[in-house]
Design a protein around this ligand. Sequence first.
Ligand SMILES: [Ca+2]
Length: 466
Amino acid sequence: MMDRRSFLSLAAALPARGAAARPFDVLFIAIEDLATCQSCYGNPVCRTPNLDALAAGGVRFDNAQCAFPLCNPTRSALLSGLRPPTTGVLGNSLDWNTRLRPGTTLPEIFRAGGYETVRVGKIFHAANGPNVFDDSARWSRVIPEREGVPKPSREKDPAPRVLFGNVSAGERRAVYDYRAWVWGPQGRGDLDCNDGAIAEQGVRVLSKKPGDKPLFLALGFHRPHLPLHAPAKYFEMYPPASIPLPRNPERDPDDLPHKYGKLVDHAMTDATRREAIAAYYACVTYVDACIGRVMAALKSSGRDRNTVVVVFGDHGFHIGEHRLWQKMTLFEQSCRVPLIISVPGVTKPAVCRRPAECVDIFPTLAELCGLKPPAGIESISMVPLLRNPARPWKKGAFTYINNGKTVRTERWRYTEWGGPDRAELYDREADPGEFTNLARDTKHASTAAELSRLLEGDWRAALPPA
Ligand SMILES: [Ca+2]
């Protein structure tokens, strides 16, 4: 049940929402493999009017970092409030159920606290090949994505574009990457792909008369994860010839202590690069439109006045920067994510430039709703930052990977691959592309040493002043 003492202290801290104020409802929106490429984050090409509107009404985090640049590890961390080295979920093949104790995850804390918790789409990592990771016990209700939504016909769809279509699947995995780049339009209406159906389920839930229990509605959109399919109208918005390519200095990889093995870029021409980026943007705009439908339903139901909205990418994504495609790097493109939070009566429209960590979403939502996260959690509530996005905050935000770790401060990114002798240091004020590794530059030796200590001290060493 709701912790009475924390509810009372919160009630004292929050502006009055009427004498019989219900706890907040929560709309929790996860987006897969989402680069920070929205218009509100300064991208001049990719169009995201609905996320822009959400950002304009809430706090847009400009320096939010995921815990791990891969689905299963980052989601397990975010949903438990624990760091990847503690969860032990460091890849996509392990069933996270074996590591996240029953009763300890975000939706379970809400359900135990009196909430109706409803999930549509991908929130926990759902499967690895044929192995399904069953999360049904962690929610009050799971709504199948296409329940009551007609299945679209694929007969009129053009054949998808497949990069490496000329090599065998085995060779693709061995030589290039584990997953081929596949893209192309599917159908014309939003319901012709699954994210439209997820939005439709969300609209149906929000359009019903509220029940006795407060609502925690989690919607997990699949795009822009590969394969990059979206209804045709979104592809038509991005003629490939109009897509700018990222700038990549010729010698960029030479100063890296770690070599990223993926060779996807070697198989591309500028024409295919433009096509792949256009397809990615088409999928981002499609998901944005789906979120727009959900937000419209939230508003027309009047529930927006009492609903906390949080939207985030589970991790970032490269679309050609550093000649990399996809995730699992410790560069900004892979670690940084869009994060927008809006809380009626608490947030004012603002941009927060402090380093923020997605693992903190769990204790933040718990505090806002008068619930207590499990003991031993490795994350803190961002409510003070939501109230004052300019206040002093964490010294840095951490992203973990199997053999490396990075910390992002307001100015620097510092990364180690097993120790300070294999490090990367980027001055993001002078070099936002992270092209020039300063780790061995004697002028920056004291900065590198200081950040190495911060990396070693991990999140406890980075906590904000009280
Ligand atoms: Ca470089």
